[in-house]
Design a protein around this ligand. Structure first.
Ligand SMILES: Nc1ncnc2c1ncn2[C@@H]1O[C@H](/C=C/CNC(=O)c2cc([N+](=O)[O-])cc(O)c2O)[C@@H](O)[C@H]1O
Ligand SMILES: [Mg+2]
Length: 218
């Protein structure tokens, strides 16, 4: 049986990266994607912007929607403060299985909770299941048409607090126009755009950083 691209990406990590060294896991995935096979990881260029936002927020509790192979999971988790936790949702069992092994190879399994399931089903359960009050940081990188419904769901479930930073990948390519229009026009968000390039290519892409200001009522 032929392996899948995520399985070949995992093998590249297991062959090239030092166990327990998150930086080398990230570097080996980038090397694989630059030289062997493109994959939809945020990548090194946009990854540096992700790193700077995560470092600035220094989140005790972070949420990622769309784990895929765990590349951005490792980038975020390696920057968490002591005791910091990252919950990441992935509904594809094969991708989740690869991501678990990538996260373990990086030695970050103690600060990452990978939930195998859909954001629509799981966001309403995060409070009761994981004792979550609200998130300090949210990273959106799943299906682009889910960005808007899921940020509304996060608001409805009161999982955002004044100052929560929501960072969205791919707001140009493949694009999330309805999401962009919402966060850029809603009085509940202070939004800013970071221009960059689509991972491992020269195409334009960017990240949107939106700070939740809280609801106007009460
Ligand atoms: N509701 C949900 N709950 C949980 N997991 C979910 C989910 N919806 C999707 N997922 C998972 O999130 C990942 C999808 C990413 C879509 N990215 C993309 O489509 C994408 C495409 C390009 N591109 O085409 O250049 C570049 C990029 O950086 C991209 O992120 C997959 O692992 C998928 O299984
Ligand atoms: Mg992406």
């Amino acid at each position: 049986t032929h392996s899948s691209r995520p399985q070949r990406l995992l093998r590249a990590v297991q062959k090239g990266a030092v166990r327990g060294d998150a930086r080398s896991v990230v570097a080996n995935i980038d090397r694989f994607c630059h030289h062997s096979e493109w994959a939809m990881n945020i990548g090194d260029e946009k990854g540096a912007i992700l790193d700077s936002v995560v470092s600035e927020v220094n989140p005790a509790l972070a949420l990622e929607l769309g784990t895929y192979c765990g590349y951005s999971t490792v980038r975020i988790a390696r920057l968490l403060p002591p005791g910091g936790r990252l919950i990441t949702l992935e509904f594809n069992p094969e991708y989740a299985a690869v991501a678990r092994q990538v996260i373990e190879w990086a030695g970050l399994e103690d600060s990452v909770q990978l939930v195998e399931g859909g954001s629509g089903d799981w966001i309403p359960q995060l409070k009761e299941h994981f004792g979550v009050q609200s998130f300090d940081f949210v990273f959106l990188d799943h299906w682009k048409e889910r960005y808007l419904p899921d940020i509304h769901l996060l608001e409805e479930c009161e999982l955002l607090r004044k100052g929560t930073v929501v960072l969205a990948d791919n707001v140009v390519c493949p694009g999330a126009p309805d999401y962009l229009a919402y966060v850029r026009n809603s009085p509940a968000y202070q939004s800013s755009y970071f221009q960059s390039h689509l991972e491992y290519t020269k195409a334009v892409d960017g990240l949107e950083k939106s700070v939740y200001l809280g609801t106007t009522d009460a």
